[in-house]
Design a protein around this ligand. Structure first.
Ligand code: GLU
Length: 441
């Protein structure tokens, strides 16, 4: 039974890096017919906001990445306390009183002596009286998990065999002095209690995984299968971490990126398989393979999403967009013809507005001086509408006969006179939709 979780903290909106994690978990779960849990890691009351939790749900829903279950860590504080007590009882959780400044000083000293900056466990030496005194002086301490100082090994589904020496890692703080449970404890409890079988997340979590494996063992849970995907970089390999704020999923949505374009790209970049536009989420599920991903950082270029979106839109049948076309104000009797003319000529849906404005209002003609006479003559030969599919061919044939112009010299000035543009849809299809031809005066 495959159970996965996507576990964002509701301290901001989802960005492209989160999406990679969400999507991979979603896809392997869908392939296995398992349970995909959306878990809100909201144990930090100061930073977690309902607005972000709602935003996360909206963004996933926009992409069609539906969760089977939703859980909030803030609902489970009693359970985390129980687990903490279990760890205290087994001697794995110990109270420490160092201030951040003291810890920093220790680290600097270790680094000066060329030692790894690992917490020295001096709190373990404190007697009960010393702890009482420190508690009276500084308030409640924070609690660290006592790692077994041995190598932690696992087979990662993406990175292969991994081995981390726990002696090179500081005992992790699980509970802060103010009583707040930190991510590590909460996450492990949840993974154990919910029977999470597969954990896919970014490679920035590799050390966390080592630590979590020991905590899971200390709590008597089953170790999930772990997979750590590489982190995204910008197109030139530059770190994306600082720019992720500008790559929020809602911003991509506002720019008109199609969900299938985004999902198609994210399910493939960084893998040995080519990026191909899928026509459905099911197709993406069927073609996904975690083992095809490599460890190297993955280049992501948001610009690539535009041609994929354009291709997606060009492939949509009228039924899929009829509401959008109606909302533009296109009369029902020409809506389908309008879509069929426009769909190959848009990058995002918002581009339809320009095409509809052209049909409805006409365009400012673009007529080069050397073509002015030719265009004027041609326009006298253009019959009044309504036009049909044959009108453009019949008109340009007549103009050709009268003027002797042919090819580009014939068609381009007429296109520019009627549309104000050098490029655009097939004129024989567009002409019947032009309700106003400004060039005719
Ligand atoms: N809330 C954690 C994060 O966003 C979850 C990490 C995990 O998948 O365990 O980094």
């Amino acid at each position: 039974m495959t159970t996965t979780r996507f576990a964002p903290s509701p301290t901001g909106y989802l960005h492209i890096g989160n999406l990679r994690t969400a999507l991979f978990n979603y896809l392997i779960t869908a392939q296995a017919g398992g349970t995909f849990i959306l878990r809100l890691d909201d144990t930090d009351p100061a930073r977690s906001k309902d607005e972000y939790a709602d935003g996360i749900k909206q963004d996933l829903a926009w992409l069609g990445l539906n969760w089977d279950r939703i859980e909030r860590q803030s609902d489970r504080l009693a359970r985390y306390e129980e687990a903490a007590q279990e760890l205290r009882d087994s001697g794995r959780l110990y109270e420490c009183f160092e201030t951040p400044v003291e810890l920093d000083l220790k680290r600097k000293k270790q680094l000066n002596m060329k030692l790894p900056p690992v917490y020295d466990r001096s709190a373990l030496e404190l007697s009960k009286d010393e702890k009482d005194a420190l508690r009276a002086e500084r308030g409640a301490g924070h609690w660290r998990f006592k790692l077994d100082r041995e190598r932690i090994n696992w087979k990662d589904s993406i990175l292969g065999k991994l081995s981390i020496d726990a002696a090179s890692v500081s005992d992790p703080v699980l509970i802060r002095g103010d009583g707040q449970f930190l991510y590590t404890l909460a996450s492990v409890c949840d993974d154990v209690d919910y029977g999470v079988s597969h954990v896919v997340r970014g490679s920035d979590h590799v050390t966390n995984t080592a630590v979590q494996i020991q905590i899971i063992q200390a709590l008597g849970g089953d170790i999930p299968t772990f997979a750590h995907h590489s982190l995204l970089t910008g197109p030139q390999g530059e770190a994306l971490s600082k720019r992720l704020g500008t790559l929020a999923l809602r911003d991509l949505r506002d720019q008109g990126i199609a969900p299938l374009a985004l999902l198609s790209q994210m399910a493939r970049i960084g893998s040995s398989k080519p990026v191909e536009l899928a026509t459905s989420l099911d197709e993406i599920i069927a073609g996904f393979d975690l083992a095809s991903f490599g460890a190297a950082p993955t280049k992501f270029d948001a610009e690539d999403l535009f041609p994929l979106t354009a291709k997606h839109l060009a492939g949509l049948e009228f039924d899929a967009v009829s509401d959008d076309i109606a909302a533009l104000g296109v009369p029902a009797d020409m809506a389908e013809a309008f879509w069929n003319v426009a769909r190959e000529n848009i990058t995002v849906m918002a581009d339809l507005e320009g095409w509809w404005a052209l049909c409805r209002d006409g365009a400012t003609p673009d007529i080069a001086d050397e073509d002015a006479e030719f265009v004027a003559e041609a326009l006298t030969m253009l019959p009044d509408g309504p036009y049909n599919d044959e009108s453009w061919g019949a008109w340009t044939a007549a103009v050709k006969g009268a003027t002797g112009r042919k090819g580009r010299g014939l068609f381009m000035p007429l296109r520019k006179a009627l549309t104000g543009m050098k490029h655009g849809p097939d004129m024989s299809k567009l002409l019947p939709l032009l309700q106003v031809i400004q060039a005719k005066g």
